[in-house]
Ligand binder design. Structure first.
Ligand code: PEP
Ligand code: MG
Length: 535
């Protein structure tokens, strides 16, 4: 058995025969042409033909994969018409008196090199799209064919790289997995693989030895491993993994209800817009924690209202009416951004952080609230506030929220009906939960911080890991009390800390009366299974 490795961009396990896919090398020769006008006309005709081919691919993708994915080919059609690209080619034919194939080849390489040099993964991924359209043009001009080979049975395709047009030309039910030496998580091939629901590994250290075609292989999209001629033990482990995945897949679309019929809202935690794909893929019922502080990290200035609005709007729109709970800025402690100029503190976890900063710098707070309220018009948004310790804070927050709403009303800017909640993550909040509950629509228990403050154990201190015990009875009683106080005052209560995904405790949480669990998207289906098995 040989084990190879790459970066998994879509999980799942595939077991089957390997198929080494090599593009027929296009040899582009350079000729001098006398009649440059005729050569430009030849190129223009090829461009039209390419557009027709792309139209057919677009229709096939629309049918096999989906409308959004078919847009890739619309983008290719636009790229074909891109003025810089077209004028680069015609200019070269006219000035250098070269044949169209050569002009397309050189211009395509130059454009791809520009994309590759960009400091942005998404833009680098576009180089493959430029190569794809210039290969298509060259194939048309030189009379060769761009098409994927017919495969006799479903296979694991291994290739140097795959252009989106190649990926969609394979028959969908003949691909078990895609493994490429190049590529990125943002390449369209990765996007298509995700939509086609097949494991996909990029930047894999594989050999493209044609001898491998027909040999047995396994792709583990969870770890990024590729096993060539797997031994029996590996094959058995992988088969079990695949069965488990299939079992979990069968839970998609099913309600998250206990045997006695109680619905537990099963939501997901995210840190960025990109994470929404995983939320939808795992069939989470909403977003229970959007850690908005990641928008503020890794930059030199505050994100503007407009920048934030776009992100919140995109997340809310993608969730298409499902609830999105945005937690306001929780900066400080382990999440620092220099431009906040927070003075050095002896004990930042108990220092100037989260809501304390927001109440101290109302303009920063209001900018974020305005962005969230504006975005709330595009779906179902809720807001929650971190690190609360007093009723006074909640009352102050509500005053500021009212000011923001009034400002928007005055400007006729629409916003939705937004639930307000707080994170219960300090022992203080637990002890006055009966006083806090009447002020809010919901509580979300942040067990990560609640455990550290209850047990007086720094969650960042690895040397204390063996006594950082989230199952500590003190923590569990805090959770119990929080749920009871919420319910006594008509609020709902969830958990968004890591403990929510601890399946040893699921039954206990249900017995306590929990209404919602918000977990990392990868745990969603497993947790749904656990909840459906509980009384
Ligand atoms: C928590 O404290 O449990 C929580 C969810 O928030 P964070 O981990 O971002 O502090
Ligand atoms: Mg916290």
């Amino acid at each position: 058995m040989e084990t190879r490795h790459g970066k998994s961009v879509f999980s799942g396990v595939a077991i089957g025969k390997l198929f080494i896919y090599k593009k027929a090398k296009q040899v582009v020769e350079k000729h001098t042409v006398e009649d440059t006008e005729a050569e430009v006309a030849r190129y223009m005709a090829a461009k039209e033909k390419a557009k027709e081919q792309l139209e057919l691919l677009k229709e096939k993708t629309m049918k096999d994969v989906g409308e959004a994915e078919a847009e890739i080919f619309e983008a290719h059609q636009m790229l074909l018409e891109d003025l810089d690209f077209v004028e680069g080619i015609t200019g070269m034919i006219e000035q250098d008196k070269v044949n169209a194939e050569y002009a397309v080849f050189v211009t395509g390489e130059q454009c791809a090199a520009i994309f590759m040099s960009m400091d942005d993964d998404y833009m680098r991924g576009r180089a493959a799209d430029v190569n794809d359209i210039s290969n298509r043009l060259i194939a048309i001009l030189s009379g060769t064919q761009v098409s994927a080979e017919a495969m006799p049975e479903p296979v694991i395709i291994m290739a140097e790289d795959l252009a989106p047009s190649e990926t969609v030309q394979f028959e969908k039910d003949k691909i078990l997995a895609l493994v490429t030496q190049k590529g990125s998580a943002n390449s369209h091939t990765a996007i298509l693989a995700r939509m086609m629901n097949i494991p996909c590994i990029v930047t894999a250290d594989i050999d493209l030895d044609p001898e491998l075609t027909g040999k047995q292989g396994i792709v583990d999209g969870f770890t990024g491993n590729i096993y060539i001629e797997p031994d029996e033990v590996t094959a058995a482990v992988m088969e079990e993994k695949e069965e488990r995945k299939l079992l979990l897949q069968s839970l998609k679309g099913l309600p998250t209800v206990t045997k006695s019929g109680k619905h537990i809202h099963l939501y997901a935690n995210i840190g960025s817009e990109e994470d929404v794909d995983a939320v939808l893929e795992n069939d989470s019922e909403g977003i229970g924690l959007f850690r908005s502080e990641f928008l503020y990290l890794g930059r030199d200035t505050y994100p503007t209202e407009e920048e934030q609005f776009q992100v919140y709007k995109n997340v809310i729109s993608k969730m298409n009416g499902k609830k999105v709970i945005i937690r306001t800025l929780d900066i400080g402690a382990d999440k620092q951004a220099d431009y906040f100029n927070i003075p050095k503190e002896e004990n930042p976890a108990m220092g100037f952080r989260a809501i304390r900063i927001c109440l101290n710098r109302p303009e920063v707070f209001k900018t974020q609230l305005r962005a969230i309220f504006r975005a709330s018009a595009y779906g179902t948004a809720s807001i929650m506030f971190p690190m609360i310790i007093s009723v006074k804070e909640v009352k102050k927050i509500k005053e500021i929220v009212e000011e923001v709403k009034e400002e928007l009303r005055k400007k006729d800017i629409p916003f939705g009906d937004v639930e307000l909640g707080i994170m219960v993550e300090t022992p203080a909040a637990v002890m006055i939960a009966d006083m806090l509950a009447p002020e809010v629509d919901f509580f979300s228990i942040g067990t990560n911080d609640l455990t550290q403050y209850t047990l007086a154990i720094d969650r960042q201190n690895q040397s204390l890991d063996d006594i950082y015990d989230p199952h500590h009875e003190a923590v569990l009683r805090m959770i119990q009390r929080t749920i009871e106080c919420a319910h006594a005052h008509g609020a709902w209560c969830g958990i968004c800390g890591e403990l929510g995904a601890d399946m040893e405790l699921t039954r206990r949480f249900i017995q306590m009366g929990i209404d919602e669990l918000s977990v990392s998207p990868v745990f969603t289906l497993e947790l749904r299974k656990k909840i459906r098995e509980a009384e």
